[in-house]
Each structure stands twice: as structure tokens, then as C-alpha cells.
Design a protein around this ligand. Structure first.
Ligand SMILES: [Zn+2]
Length: 251
């Protein structure tokens, strides 16, 4: 059976002259497809099957296996490829899609989130910490890890200062209510950071990237979203480690 879909390559493994692609598609979610001869220098699939290439794919499905018949590239985010930091961040966002986007079912909102984030990253329309934090919290929310940020889980207070966030349960707790030792110390959230988190999980997609935060607030936001993601997913994320390692020695 032949099928056509728009999709972006979110993981690529090389095998001799071939590539094994993980593609995030609009209609079929995440799928794995074999691109025969895609590493050949003059191969017609060479440039359209690279990591982060957004292409119109013609796939052939035989039982559970897909092969790429054709791929016409729409964009390959060239501006990201030329910048090691941007490429590292983009690779991490793609890895989160591999882990969290659904397989074999439509995933237009995941595709939209990734494409929009890569566009903003490529054009420097938003800073890297901003894009990273928004993407982390939004994709977790979409994938069933939405935290409960309405108010304190015990008394319901929604504007206590500072509110504490519990990454293990994804709940808020105010300074007047207590927590159990096994839940760890709540992460203290300034009002601006909590407002940003609420915006990221509750806003319509069209407004997702439309908020501002001070640089200090953005640092705090990024620390919370990354911590929450690591606690919730509890799995190795080598692309995140690599991205963070780029900043480890630069001060
Ligand atoms: Zn409370």
C-alpha cells in the first residue's frame, strides 16, 4: 500500500548506504521507515531524508514495514544546521517527539509544535531557553503529563507567594500547607514563573509563544520545566545532556 504524508525526520540512523528514519508525520504520528540508498552521494533521497528535513513523503507499507519511495524536501532548517547550539537543541526537541508523540495515529499538534519551535529557533524569533522551556512543558502536557497548576492542592489557594511546585506529583503547594518528606522539597515559583507555566499548559496553540518573562524568570522557568521533565520521564536523554554540556564551561 502506498501512502503520502508530510513529515519531519526526528531520528536518523545510517546503515551502509541506507538510512533508517524515524519520521513524525501529520496523519500517522511517529513511524519508522527504511530509505534505501539514501546515503549514496548522488542518491535522490540524500538531502530529503536528513535529520530535521521536513518533506512530503511517499511511503510504501508492507505489513508493519515502511519504505520511502519518494521524498520532496520543503525545508531542511539550514539555519539550524549551521549552528552547533541550535542543532543540539533541535536534536533534543526531536528526541522528545520520538519519546512522546503517538505512533500510528494522527499527530498534527505534535508536528505543529515541533515545526513552530524550529522556525522560531532558526530565525532567532525567541531565545533558546524560551523555546526549550515552552516545548518541554507543552509536549509533556500533550502527552498526558499535564501538571495541576490551578491552586494549592490542599487549600486551593491560587495566588500564594511563593507557591511551591512538586515535580513528582506535578502539584502546587502553598507555604501554609505541608508536604511529605518522600515528595522532596517543593520548588519555589515566583508569580511570573507560575503565570508562564499556566500559560504554557492552558493557552491556545496560537498564543503559546506569546508571552514575555525576565531573563531571570526564564532561567527559573527552564530549571523547573527541565526538572519536571526528567522526574516524569525518568529515562536517559543523551541529547539533553549534550545540549547542556555546551554551556557547562562557558560560564
Ligand atoms: Zn495551601
Amino acid at each position: 500500500m502506498q501512502m503520502t504524508t508530510w513529515g519531519i525526520v526526528i531520528r536518523e540512523k545510517e546503515l551502509d548506504d541506507d538510512r533508517i528514519l524515524t519520521i513524525l508525520t501529520k496523519e500517522y504520528g511517529v513511524l519508522t521507515a527504511y530509505a534505501r540508498g539514501a546515503k549514496k552521494l548522488r542518491g535522490r533521497l540524500l538531502s530529503s531524508t536528513e535529520l530535521l528535513c521536513y518533506s512530503r513523503f511517499v511511503l510504501f507499507k508492507n505489513r508493519d514495514r515502511y519504505t520511502v519511495d519518494q521524498a520532496e524536501s520543503d525545508t531542511n532548517f539550514f539555519g539550524i544546521r549551521q549552528d552547533i547550539e541550535k542543532l543540539a537543541l533541535a536534536t533534543y526537541l526531536a528526541q522528545l517527539c520520538v519519546q512522546l508523540a503517538p505512533a500510528e495515529e494522527a499527530a498534527p499538534e505534535y508536528l505543529r509544535l515541533l515545526l513552530n519551535s524550529l522556525y522560531l529557533l532558526e530565525k532567532d524569533r525567541r531565545s533558546q531557553p524560551f523555546i526549550k522551556a515552552v516545548f518541554e512543558l507543552r509536549i509533556l502536557t500533550m502527552a498526558g503529563y499535564m501538571p495541576d497548576l490551578v491552586g494549592c492542592r490542599c487549600c486551593g489557594d491560587y495566588e500564594a507567594e511563593p507557591m511551591g511546585f512538586l515535580p513528582l506529583s506535578g502539584e502546587l503547594v502553598c507555604p501554609n500547607c505541608s508536604t511529605e518528606p518522600e515528595e522532596g522539597m517543593p520548588i519555589s515559583l515566583e508569580p511570573g514563573v507560575l503565570a508562564a507555566m499556566r500559560h504554557i499548559i492552558y493557552s491556545d496553540f496560537d498564543k503559546l509563544f506569546s508571552f514575555t518573562l525576565t531573563e531571570f524568570g526564564l532561567q527559573k522557568l527552564g530549571a523547573v520545566t527541565q526538572r519536571y521533565l526528567q522526574v516524569q520521564l525518568d529515562m536517559p536523554l543523551p541529547s539533553l545532556d549534550f545540549y547542556n554540556s555546551l554551556f557547562a564551561f562557558s560560564g
